[in-house]
Design a protein around this ligand. Structure first.
Ligand code: CA
Ligand code: CA
Length: 375
C-alpha cells in the first residue's frame, strides 16, 4: 500500500504490513457509531500539563549523570538536539520541536558556547531545577500537545448494539484471530479530531521489558509491575467520515529498508511531527468514510506468537486543516507472554460463564471506561 491507493483489498508494503480495505463499514454504520459516541460523550485524549509538574519532577530520584547517560543515545558524551527530542517525556506531554529546545537552552543558559550540542561539562553546570521551572512556566495550548483530540469507548461485547457486534465479527474474520482473543480485547475507541487536531507519530503498543506488564492481563496475573502498557497486537482503524482537509494517517518510516531511531529526526526535520511533516512521511492514507486500515504492531517470534515491536508500525494522525475527522480504533490485545495471555483468557471465560450478577468485579470494558492511556 503506497500513498493513497484505492486497491480493492489487501496490499503489502515491504516491511510494514498494512492493508487498506474500502467499504469495510457502510455509511449508515459509520453514522451510527458517531452517533453512539456523541450520546456517550467524549473526553479530551490528553489534558494540559498541570502545575504540579515541577513538584512531581523533583520527586524523581535520578542523578544528573543518569539523565545524561539516558539521553546520550549514541554514547558520544554529548547531547545532540535529536537525542533530547526523542525523549518526549521531557516535555511533560508537550510536543517538543527543535525550536522549543533551542529556546529552552537559551532561557536556562544550557548551551553557553552556542553550538547546539550539550557537552557533559555544560550539562553538569545545568541546574535541572531551572529546567523544570522553565517548563512549568510555559503556556501550553492543546495544539502544543502530543495529541489533540477527544475520544470515548463503545462496548462491543454480548448484548451490545447489533452494529457494534457486527463490526467485532467482521474484525474477527479480517484478522483471522481466535474469537476468544478478539472478544476479550479493548472496546471500540471512537476519536474526534476537530479542525487543528492531530496526533504526532507514536506506537499503539509499548515496548515490553521485564518490568512492564500488559494492561489487559496484569490484574489476572496478579502482577505488580512498575510500568504497564496496552499490548495491542493488531490495530484496525476505521474512517467514519470524509475529511474536508488533512487528517491523513501517516506511517513516516513504512518501507524504510534500514531504520535507526535517530534517522527519524534529521536536520531539524522531525518526521514524527504530524503538524509539520506529514508530507515527508513514506506512507499516507487519506480518510475515506467506511475504509478500514489494519496493521500489526509486533513482529512474529517465529514460533507463532507475538515477538518484538515492529518499529515500522509508527504512525500518526496528520493535522486536520478543515472540518472534523471521526475515526474508530479496534485493538486486538495479545500478551507477548503466552502463558499470561492463556491465563487471562481462561479467567475471562470463567467470568462470562458465571452469568449475570457474577462476582466479576472487573471486565475488560470496565477496565477501559475512563481510561486515559498515554502511549
Ligand atoms: Ca550523543
Ligand atoms: Ca554546547
Amino acid at each position: 500500500m503506497r500513498s493513497h491507493c484505492n486497491s480493492s483489498s489487501v496490499s503489502v508494503a515491504a516491511h510494514t504490513f498494512a492493508a487498506e480495505i474500502p467499504d469495510f463499514l457502510t455509511e449508515e454504520e459509520c453514522k451510527l457509531i458517531v452517533h453512539l459516541a456523541q450520546l456517550k460523550g467524549l473526553q479530551k485524549s490528553q489534558i494540559l500539563p498541570t502545575d504540579d509538574y515541577e513538584e512531581a519532577m523533583e520527586m524523581i530520584e535520578i542523578s544528573q549523570m543518569d539523565i545524561f547517560n539516558l539521553l546520550d543515545h549514541n554514547q558520544d558524551g554529548q547531547l545532540q538536539l535529536k537525542e533530547v527530542l526523542t525523549h518526549t517525556r521531557l516535555g511533560n506531554g508537550r510536543w517538543m520541536t527543535p525550536e522549543n529546545i533551542r529556546e529552552m537552552y537559551t532561557a536556562v543558559k544550557a548551551d553557553p558556547d552556542g553550538n547546539g550540542v550539550l557537552s557533559l561539562e555544560e550539562f553538569k553546570q545545568l541546574n535541572i531545577r531551572d529546567f523544570h521551572k522553565y517548563m512549568g512556566s510555559q503556556k501550553v495550548k492543546m495544539s502544543d500537545l502530543v495529541r489533540n483530540s477527544q475520544h470515548t469507548w463503545l462496548y462491543q461485547g454480548e448484548g451490545a448494539h447489533q452494529v457494534m457486534r457486527a463490526v467485532r465479527q467482521r474484525v474477527m474474520r479480517l484478522t483471522r484471530l481466535p474469537p476468544e482473543i478478539v472478544e476479550h480485547s479493548e472496546p471500540l475507541q471512537v476519536v474526534r479530531y476537530d479542525q487543528g487536531g492531530h496526533y504526532h507519530a507514536h506506537m499503539d503498543s509499548g515496548p515490553v521489558f521485564p518490568e512492564t506488564a500488559c494492561s489487559h492481563t496484569k490484574l489476572v496475573a496478579n502482577e505488580s509491575a512498575p510500568f504497564e502498557t496496552s499490548c495491542r497486537y493488531v490495530t484496525v482503524l476505521f474512517y467514519l467520515n470524509n475529511v474536508t482537509g488533512g487528517g491523513e494517517t501517516v506511517f513516516p518510516i513504512a518501507d524504510n529498508r534500514t531504520y535507526e531511531e535517530m534517522s527519524l529526526i534529521q536536520n531539524d526535520i522531525d518526521l514524527r511531527d504530524t503538524r509539520k511533516n506529514c508530507d515527508k512521511g513514506n506512507l499516507r492514507v487519506k480518510p475515506q468514510q467506511g475504509t478500514a486500515v489494519f496493521w500489526y504492531n509486533y513482529l512474529s517470534d517465529g514460533e507463532g506468537w507475538v515477538g518484538e515491536l515492529d518499529d515500522f508500525a509508527l504512525h500518526g494522525g496528520c493535522l486536520v486543516t478543515q472540518g472534523t475527522k471521526w475515526i474508530a480504533n479496534n485493538w486486538i490485545n495479545v500478551d507477548p507472554n503466552r502463558w499470561r495471555q492463556l491465563q487471562f483468557q481462561q479467567e475471562m471465560e470463567r467470568y462470562a460463564g458465571a452469568g449475570p450478577g457474577a462476582p466479576g468485579e472487573w471486565t475488560v470494558d470496565k477496565a477501559y471506561s475512563g481510561v486515559h492511556l498515554e502511549l
